[in-house]
Design a protein around this ligand. Structure first.
Ligand code: NAP
Length: 315
């Protein structure tokens, strides 16, 4: 029979929310496993300047902040494994987490899988991904040195990344479906003052054009109906995120694009299962709020374990 390892708390995902949880659960002497399929740190690893996380008056680079969190979580005993969770099942208080490499059990599972970039789902996008279509300016910006590029989206991610990308490119055009940005005002001000940036309003990218690599985009003005084919060397897409909740279909009424509902203690409708950070419905999706979610869930989990023990449910 397969060797099943037992923990008090299993964290699915290894972003900032999960690391905050782990620091607290380990300090409460709960045996904690963190399962992360890609890299510890989550979306913040591919963020350059983090200027709004308290305690860093001059800002901090995303990779440095997450590395500090990882070290802190490990210092208190968090066990981190690079494995992808494929299923989660519940049998009373016992939760079984199956990964691509093993099977683990715990009374508490904290869901912290974060989110992946949402796609535009227009012709050319899939075929040209990695050949001029990118979802990460921080990772790919330097490859577009001297080129003219488009950024799609008007949120804080789009504008933060666009400002970073202008360090490399010749010219950057933001295409936004409305006539006002959603991004934080301080970012908007910086963008409007950036001489390399211009804006196409009320418009969507209808297709990304090119054979072997991106050669241009077709833009549709939603107000006038006018379509324009514009040349470019790259398209960066930042139109929101999609939570990684697909494997939970058996437990919650979620599909691949849905968030998980949780109460003020971050507990879901299943006793002992918590949801934090970008997977949680109505999250504000900030590093600070993710950390707050993580700490809240960790403290609630401690209470839950004590309660389970008091009722004789746990040995
Ligand atoms: P977001 O705030 O949801 O913005 C997504 C943007 O994409 C919106 O402008 C939206 O347009 C547009 N959009 C969505 N679907 C589209 C489509 N199919 N075609 C064209 N445009 C589309 O997502 P985000 O920018 O990734 O930010 C996520 C969260 O992280 C937010 O809470 C944000 O505040 C936070 N964040 C904060 C910072 C920071 O504080 N510096 C940096 C990055 C992210 P509409 O505006 O018309 O809806």
């Amino acid at each position: 029979m397969e060797d099943i390892k037992k923990y008090d708390v299993i964290l699915v995902g290894g972003g900032c929310a999960a690391m905050a949880s782990a620091i607290y659960t380990c300090r409460a002497e709960l045996k904690t496993l963190m399962l992360e399929r890609k890299f510890v740190g989550g979306q913040v690893v591919i963020t350059t300047d983090v200027d709004n996380y308290p305690g860093f008056p001059d800002g901090i680079q995303g990779p440095e902040l997450t590395e500090r969190m990882r070290k802190q979580a490990e210092r208190f005993g968090t066990e981190i494994k690079s494995e992808e969770v494929v299923s989660l099942s519940v049998d009373g208080l016992k939760k079984t987490v199956t990964t691509d490499e093993g099977v683990y059990e715990s009374p508490i599972v904290i869901l912290a899988m974060g989110a992946d970039p949402r796609k535009l789902e227009v012709p050319g996008e899939e075929e040209l991904t990695g050949r001029g279509v990118s979802y990460c300016g921080t990772c790919d910006g330097p490859f577009y040195r001297g080129k003219d590029v488009f950024v799609v989206g008007g949120g804080s991610s789009a504008i933060t990344e666009a400002i970073f990308i202008t360090k490399f490119v010749n010219k950057l055009t933001v295409v936004h479906r409305r006539d006002a940005l959603r991004a934080e005002k301080i970012l908007q001000k910086e963008a409007f003052e950036n001489p390399k940036m211009s804006f196409i309003w009320d418009s969507v990218v209808e297709s990304i054009d090119g054979k072997e690599k991106v050669e241009g985009v077709t833009i549709n003005n939603l107000k006038t109906g006018q379509k324009d084919k514009l040349p470019c060397g790259g398209v960066f897409v930042f139109v929101g995120n999609q939570p990684n909740t697909g494997f939970l279909d058996n437990l919650f009424s979620v599909d691949a694009g849905s968030h998980v509902e949780a109460n003020h203690k971050m507990e879901t409708s299943v006793e002992g299962i918590f949801a934090i950070g970008d997977v949680r419905k109505n999250s504000f999706r900030q590093i600070a709020t993710a950390v707050g979610d993580g700490v809240t869930a960790a403290i609630a989990a401690q209470h839950k374990i004590a309660d389970m023990k008091a009722k004789g449910g746990l040995l």
